[in-house]
Write a protein that binds this ligand. Sequence first.
Ligand code: 13P
Length: 231
Amino acid sequence: MIIALNNKSNLNKEAFLSYQEKLRGLEHTCQVILCPTYLNVNLFNLEGISLGAQNVSTEDPGAFTGEISAKDLKNSGVEYCIVGHSERRTYQRESLEEVHKKVVKLFENDITPILCIGETKEEREQGLVGSILKEEIETAISGLTEEQKARLIIAYEPIWSIGTGIIPTIEQITEVLTFIKSFLPNTTLLYGGSANEKNIDMLKECTLIEGYLLGGLSLKPEELQVFINKA
Ligand code: 13P
């Protein structure tokens, strides 16, 4: 079981340091991956929790103002990196090709990508879930070896569920994860989108979910502990 924590752009330096002290007391037997902001990556100092990042440059170090390369992330102890989060695909207009380049750069630097995929409410209503997710996956993994595909982590995050308090039905999640497993049988699959300590009892009925990518809940250590205990 993987519990990945996406802090998004929350927690300034002081807030992160006190948050980190609370996480130090987290009791868990699962694999916890903390993805803080870039600035907080170098403040990370926890045992028993892995370090992740939320984004990476498509390029090696060089003349790319404002970017952080996979090489530098690796040098800072980053082992996992979220790629293609819907917020970046929407607000930064991150393209399918950029997501692919990032996945490749991460593997080149021995960092495990956590590839986010998901459909909008409109796409679901139009029956486009399968084609949207297939395109997001196929472009991202093009050219990967079987070994890399087995190391890859995919987080299914329906866009209509992120931060809304609405979660899909178990049948909807099962349908999507079964679909992904049909062509990526060895890839680890996470669910993300409004997962919390109240709906975990329902979510865990879906046996295909191998872990969770948590946004809002990542910022609440007490509730997070309850979630982990139940998951
Ligand atoms: P919430 O858990 O806040 O819905 O966010 C999910 C998410 O986007 C994690 O990457």
